[in-house]
Structure formats: structure tokens, C-alpha cells
Design a protein around this ligand. Structure first.
Ligand code: HXC
Ligand code: NAP
Length: 289
């Protein structure tokens, strides 16, 4: 058994229909591929239809499952409603909404135009509430159970310099996750989030570590377990949260980051750099005293 193997039993998501925003690339695609292997039908959506359709075809060929690709800019409410309509036409119902689409880049905040700030906040926060509101209304109207999973980041609660629009928006998504877990529980709608640490994807890596920053700031060095994440271990966690096995879990944010953010928060975590010889010396000094 290993962390890069599928964890859930065969058929764990049988007959579930799952919408994944940003499902044609990166982590969205990896989670979606695993959901298909577990028996789900997928609706994937993003702006670039060529990439989206190619991914849908490859995911179907790999798993034998069904994937509907629908073009949508999550910032546009009419396009969001259209995705949901198409999903019901194709599969008759939607069981899970996975808000995964995001936009991000690094910059000193004072160098950003207000349009740049809007762009990231609109994709991350407006995109997530657009889909949540449209799908939530439909579930409530149909008296059908629902399950929402939002992908946030660990800086949703710590904040982070140089990605301030993203941190601001992800914090909003986290507040929405928890708020709706309580408000919509009466409608049998669950709402949870995952906060991933560093998981290599070309989308995130190229934008957040452009040029030689990758060599200068190896993300693995900040992670106590000493490595970056494997897509399958994120897919395993997401698979559990979108399945009925997690029926009693709502309002939760699960961190999967190898201990990265806590290391940053711990006041004495930098003592990792003290060598055993230095510890020996310190101990001798203490004993002498
Ligand atoms: C400063 C920038 C910029 C940059 C764009 N802008 N890139 N400002 N630094 N690197 C400004 C533009 O100049 C413009 O402002 C405004 O933002 C809109 O730019 P557009 O290119 O027109 O926007 P759009 O085509 O909508 O593209 C959105 C995008 C792009 C966010 C800029 O990067 C994108 O499509 N990203 C999607 C995928 C992505 O980002 N994935 C990574 C998620 S990773 P002006 O004033 O000139 O009009 C993630 C991980 C977090 O979230 C945690 C990791 C550990
Ligand atoms: P990614 O491959 O760049 O994924 C982002 C996706 O969002 C793309 O498929 C993109 O497709 C879509 N998207 C962007 N703007 C959109 C819009 N306006 N409308 C519809 N779709 C849009 O990056 P990723 O690393 O897999 O990120 C996935 C999620 O994980 C994000 O929420 C990110 O914040 C989160 N995350 C990632 C990491 C990491 O280390 N990778 C860490 C923490 C959190 P189009 O360009 O075709 O629209």
C-alpha cells in the first residue's frame, strides 16, 4: 500500500454526477480521473474549450467513464447556469459541485492594477459563489441532497504576501464553506474544503515560481515531510469528501500539506537548522552550568 495508489473501494462514486470547475488541467483533472475510476460521471468546465475537450477525451479513454466538457468562464453567472442545465440534460442530476478553478500570480501588491486584483478575486471568489448559488438553488428547488467541495489554500487563514488577491479570495471561499455547512444542512447539502500545500502542476508552478525561482525556492524545502504532494493523495482525500462515506463531515477544511504551514507558524521551527553537533555543545554548556 502506498500514498500514490487509489484508496477508495471500486464503485465508491457509482452513479454520482460531479461538476468540476477547472477540471481539464492540473489537480482538477487528477481528481476527476480518480472519480471516473470510482464510477462517477463528470462535467468539466473552463474557458479554453480545446484543452477541455482534449482532456475529456483522454480521461474517457483512460477510464471508460463519461465526461461532458462545457465551456464556461466562472465569472459569468449565465454561463454557470448553462453548465448546470447541460449537466442535467446529459446526466439527469448533479450530486457534487467541486469548485476548483482559480487564477493567481505573484506580485508586490502595490504593483497591481485594480483590474489585476479584480481578475483573481473574480475567478476565485465570484466563480465559487456563482456556481454554489446556482447549483444550491437547484438542489433546494428539487429537494435533492447536494455536496460542495471547495479547493482553498493554507494561506486562506494565515494570509500571504505577494499573492494578496488570491489570499483575500480564498479566505472568502473558506468563510462561505463554513457558513453554508450550517445554513444548508437542513436541505441535506454538505459543504467542505481542502487546503492543499505544494502539488506540482504547470498552471501553479509556472505562475508562482516563474524563471529561476523554481531553483531558488524549492517548495519541498519548506515541507517538514520533505517532499511535495502527489496528485493521487489529494484525489484520495477529495474522493472521500465527495463520497457518502463522509456523510457526517461538513463545514470542515482538511489541510494536506506535509505540515508546511505549521512549520511556517511555529516560533522555533527554524531550529531545524541546528546540527546535532551544535545540540551537543548546547547540552554540554547547560550541564556545566
Ligand atoms: C501582475 C498581472 C499578471 C501578473 C495578469 N495581470 N498577469 N498583473 N502580474 N503576472 C493583470 C493584467 O495586466 C490585467 O490588468 C489583469 O491582470 C487581467 O489580465 P488578463 O491576462 O486579461 O486576465 P485573464 O486572461 O482573465 O487571465 C487570468 C490570469 C491568468 C489569472 C491573469 O494567470 C490565468 O488565466 N490563470 C488561470 C490559471 C492559474 O492561475 N492557475 C494557478 C492557480 S494556483 P491590466 O491593468 O493590465 O488590465 C493557486 C495555488 C496557490 O492558486 C497555492 C500554491 C502553493
Ligand atoms: P491550474 O491547472 O492552473 O488550474 C486552474 C484551472 O482553473 C484551469 O483549468 C483553468 O482553465 C481554470 N480557470 C481559470 N480561470 C477560469 C475562469 N475564469 N473560468 C473557468 N475556469 C477557469 O492549477 P492547479 O494547480 O491545478 O490549481 C487547482 C486548484 O488548486 C486551484 O483552486 C488552486 O488555487 C488550488 N491549489 C493548488 C496548489 C498547487 O500547489 N498546485 C496549492 C494550493 C491550492 P482555463 O484556463 O481553461 O479557464
Amino acid at each position: 500500500m502506498n500514498y500514490n495508489e487509489g484508496m477508495l473501494r471500486d464503485g465508491a462514486l457509482e452513479s454520482k454526477t460531479i461538476i468540476i470547475t477547472g477540471g481539464g488541467t492540473g489537480l482538477g483533472r487528477s481528481m476527476g480521473t480518480y472519480f471516473l475510476k470510482l464510477g462517477a460521471n463528470l462535467v468539466i468546465t473552463s474557458r479554453k474549450m480545446d484543452i477541455l475537450q482534449k482532456s475529456a477525451d483522454e480521461m474517457m479513454a483512460e477510464t471508460g467513464g463519461k465526461v461532458l466538457a462545457v465551456e464556461c468562464d466562472v465569472r459569468n453567472y449565465e454561463m454557470v447556469e448553462n453548465v448546470i442545465t447541460k449537466a442535467y440534460e446529459e446526466f439527469g442530476k448533479v450530486d457534487v459541485l467541486l469548485n476548483n478553478a482559480a487564477g493567481n500570480f505573484i506580485s508586490p501588491t502595490e504593483r497591481l492594477s485594480h483590474r489585476a486584483f479584480d481578475t483573481v478575486v473574480d475567478i476565485v471568489l465570484r466563480g465559487s459563489y456563482n456556481f454554489t448559488l446556482a447549483q444550491g438553488k437547484k438542489w433546494i428547488e428539487d429537494n435533492q441532497a447536494g455536496n460542495i467541495l471547495n479547493i482553498v489554500t493554507t494561506y486562506a487563514w494565515t494570509g500571504s504576501g505577494y499573492v494578496v488577491p488570491s489570499a483575500t479570495a480564498k479566505a472568502g471561499v473558506l468563510a462561505m464553506t463554513r457558513s453554508l455547512a450550517v445554513e444548508w444542512a437542513k436541505y441535506n447539502i454538505r459543504s467542505n474544503a481542502i487546503a492543499p500545500g505544494p502539488f506540482p502542476t504547470s498552471g501553479a508552478w509556472e505562475r508562482l515560481l516563474p524563471g529561476n525561482l523554481k531553483e531558488k525556492f524549492d517548495p519541498a524545502n519548506k515541507v517538514p515531510v520533505g517532499r511535495v504532494g502527489d496528485h493521487q493523495e489529494l484525489a484520495n482525500l477529495a474522493g472521500y469528501l465527495v463520497s457518502d462515506f463522509s456523510a457526517y463531515v461538513t463545514g470542515e477544511v482538511v489541510t494536506i500539506d506535509g505540515g508546511e504551514w505549521l512549520k511556517g507558524a511555529g516560533e522555533f521551527s527554524m531550529l531545524d537548522e541546528v546540527t546535532p553537533e551544535m545540540w551537543d555543545m548546547l547540552e554540554m554548556m547547560r550541564k556545566k552550568k
